[in-house]
Design a protein around this ligand. Structure first.
Ligand SMILES: Cc1cc2nc3c(=O)[nH]c(=O)nc-3n(C[C@H](O)[C@H](O)[C@H](O)COP(=O)(O)OP(=O)(O)OC[C@H]3O[C@@H](n4cnc5c(N)ncnc54)[C@H](O)[C@@H]3O)c2cc1C
Length: 442
């Protein structure tokens, strides 16, 4: 790499679709970029997805070429598994303190052959597949990870050394330590994305209690080309479901959460619309009609918000395919009995004003979008302001959507509020242009 690894034009924080787009736009303009990702691979939420609304293009087919371009661009230096500890602004330059957490595998030697995974005897939950299956304590993050380098989960490793023996290029190194580094940059782009509402915080929906109540990210994994099973199955008993319900607005447009049992800071009331849960549920329903042609699919909704180009047509297409839409507010989900694992949904049918019950054998909670604003805490001598909903505050949402309260710091994608993929990409382009113009004028 031809980059001076301590001085950059831009630091991009977060390697989801927005961060990659912002980094690539700047790198293509010949600016030197450091892209920092806290996880073991870039990709963000998009690399988890099956297909994308409303075109039903395969998400991985769109995003993996971008991931490769980002990882290989000569003007981008990529740091994975890295935490930003501090960002301080002095005389117009940002000084950044970072910690690269050890992978216990030498990146320059690992070939991604996965022989270590074969011999590792320890199985841990596979976070990429929302813990629905297992993976080995040493593994690459997921099939399409970029870079494709193994890492050891030291919380579970038993140091049996089987991986060390199997590794032909001798890449395993149990003695690796966290590495602290400092860099300087002229601008910062925040693209740290969003958090999903944790459905446990709506205890009346039974998530975590009844195995056949899942969330929408789990369903996106179950129908993805890189899915964990050959077919869509219920987690409770592996049965192929044939009466599936979607509960829209789980933890969005909801001001009843704050007092929920066991509620902590991350489950405060969330009055806003996720802007994605209608559309991703309609997408999943259409994909399920293909995967399980005999299944009945019902979407319980408050309003259908199909606001983007081609979205209304996509909604109408789902109706035409036979997906049922019921305007109903779900009050409670209970399990019919332990043996069947089926679920009873108690709801108000809004059209008739009556209370009803319906039986389904799999329930998908279409969870809302919450802010991921942890990054604001690392700014030491400047305040990165948050908006009323605790997303990164945009100076002017309409006229300067990428500017933040700190000059030289820009925001891209869902870090500033709920967005679908096209809007996240557009906002990243805007953040990169603003950053380029700022660099040229300092
Ligand atoms: C179930 C589901 C289905 C969806 N389906 C679709 C669809 O079909 N079509 C569509 O248009 N949209 C869909 N979406 C929305 C889509 O996922 C988002 O629009 C998109 O992921 C936003 O990208 P982003 O880069 O802003 O954020 P993210 O994808 O959240 O990426 C943020 C990145 O930043 C990293 N990060 C976070 N904090 C830090 C930190 N402090 N330091 C370093 N790195 C950090 C994260 O690890 C992550 O890699 C769906 C969402 C869900 C939940």
């Amino acid at each position: 790499m031809s980059i001076d690894k301590t001085k950059y034009d831009a630091l991009v924080v977060g390697g989801g679709i927005a961060g990659q787009e912002a980094a690539l736009s700047l790198a293509d303009m010949d600016y030197k970029v450091l892209l920092v990702e806290k996880d073991l691979s870039i990709g963000g939420k998009m690399i988890h997805l099956s297909k994308v609304f409303p075109t039903l293009d395969c998400a991985a087919c769109i995003t993996t070429p971008k991931m490769s371009e980002t990882a290989r661009h000569p003007n981008i230096n990529l740091l994975l598994n890295t935490n930003i500890l501090e960002i301080e602004k002095d005389n117009g330059i940002f000084s950044i303190a970072l910690t690269i957490r050890p992978k216990y595998v030498k990146e320059d030697l690992c070939t991604g052959c996965q022989l270590c995974e074969w011999v590792c005897p320890v199985i841990v939950d596979d976070g990429f597949n929302n813990n629905m299956v297992g993976r080995k304590a040493i593994s690459i993050a997921f099939n399409l990870a970029n870079p494709k380098v193994a890492a050891i989960d030291m919380n579970h490793c038993i140091k049996c050394k089987k991986c060390e023996i199997a590794c032909v290029p001798k890449a395993i190194d149990y003695s690796m330590q966290p590495q602290n580094i400092s860099i300087e940059t002229k601008t910062v782009i925040i693209s740290t994305g969003f958090n999903l509402f944790k459905p446990e915080n709506k205890p009346q929906y039974g998530y975590g209690k009844y195995p056949n109540v899942i969330d929408a990210m789990q369903m996106d994994r179950l129908i993805a080309p890189t899915r964990p099973y050959n077919s869509v199955v219920r987690p409770g008993d592996g049965k192929i479901p044939d009466k599936i319900a979607y509960v829209l607005c789980t933890g969005s447009r909801d001001t009843s959460i704050e007092n929920a049992i066991g509620c902590s800071v991350d489950c405060a009331n969330n009055p806003i619309c996720s802007q994605i849960c209608c559309m991703y549920s309609i997408k999943q329903a259409q994909l399920l009609m293909g995967a399980l042609p005999l299944a009945d699919i019902t979407i319980y909704y408050m309003d259908i918000r199909a606001f983007g180009k081609g979205y209304e047509e996509f909604y109408q297409q789902a109706k035409g395919m036979g997906v049922s839409f019921i305007k109903g507010k779900i009050a409670k989900i209970t399990q019919k009995d332990h043996n069947s694992g089926d679920l009873i949904l108690r709801y108000e049918d809004v059209t008739t004003g009556t209370l009803k019950e319906a039986k389904h054998d799999l329930v998908v909670l279409s969870v809302g979008v919450l802010p991921n604003n942890e990054i604001a805490k690392v700014f030491t001598n400047q305040k990165l302001e948050l908006d009323d909903q605790r997303f990164i505050k945009q100076v002017d949402e309409l006229l300067s959507p990428s500017l933040t309260s700190i000059e030289g710091v820009f925001v891209a994608g869902t870090a500033a509020g709920p967005k679908d993929i096209p809007d996240s990409i557009l906002s990243a382009g805007s953040a990169a242009s603003e950053a380029a113009s700022y660099i040229n004028n300092i």
